[in-house]
Design a binder for this molecule. Structure first.
Ligand code: COA
Length: 168
């Protein structure tokens, strides 16, 4: 398994990984593949990494995009969607994608990142459940963040409009 930035030829594989990974996910509207495509179309896919197998097939994917706090641009990035093909989960691929993505956004100057996700998975990777950030309609326990500047930013998180894409 190898992790690298997406290439154009990976696009169908990225779609498939997102469709399959989120097919039975309880909190998903099954729009994750559309979110990634909409972010790409809008030029807002700041970092997009694929995990590929030895034949070059996409088995995992992670996206990062700009986010706002209280309606203003900020130096944090939004993490997600993150997806690994169901039959290849629990082999470290998801964690490796997160770690590689964090390195990439940090190198780009991000001062941290935030996401809505499963605390059990993300706290293992250094994310903390924070009271500083909130998101309308999202229970606080699912809001996770990582701050590198030593200073927590606070306010209401807004993700890119691509996250509001309607199901097909
Ligand atoms: C979340 C996801 C990306 C993790 O990818 P992964 O390659 O399985 O991640 P890792 O192998 O690094 O797993 C690390 C830990 O995640 C948890 N985990 C991973 N897959 C899991 C699953 N299907 N069910 C429950 N826990 C799971 C486990 O705690 C696992 O550690 P363990 O195997 O020591 O118990 C993957 O399960 C997935 O695509 N899920 C569906 C989509 C999704 O939920 N995306 C994240 C939205 S926030």
């Amino acid at each position: 398994m190898h992790i690298r930035p997406e290439a154009e030829a990976d696009i169908p594989g990225i779609r498939r990984v997102n469709v399959e990974a989120f097919a039975n996910h309880p909190f998903s509207r099954q729009t994750e593949h559309l979110i990634v495509e909409e972010l790409r179309r809008a030029g807002a896919l700041s970092v997009s990494l694929v995990a590929v197998d030895e034949d070059g097939g996409v088995v995992g994917h992670i996206a990062f995009s700009p986010m706002k706090i209280d309606g203003r641009e900020c130096s944090l990035m939004m993490v997600g969607p993150l997806a690994v093909l169901p039959h290849l989960q629990r082999q470290g691929t998801g964690s490796a994608l997160v770690r590689a993505g964090l390195e990439a956004i940090r190198a780009m100057g991000a001062e941290g990142c935030a996401l809505v996700g499963d605390p059990a998975f993300y706290t293992r990777l250094g994310f903390v459940n924070t009271e500083a950030l909130r998101m309308e309609g999202v229970p606080q326990q699912y809001i996770l963040a990582m701050f590198w500047s030593g200073q927590e930013m606070c306010g209401s998180i807004g993700h890119h409009p691509a996250f509001n894409v309607q199901p097909e």
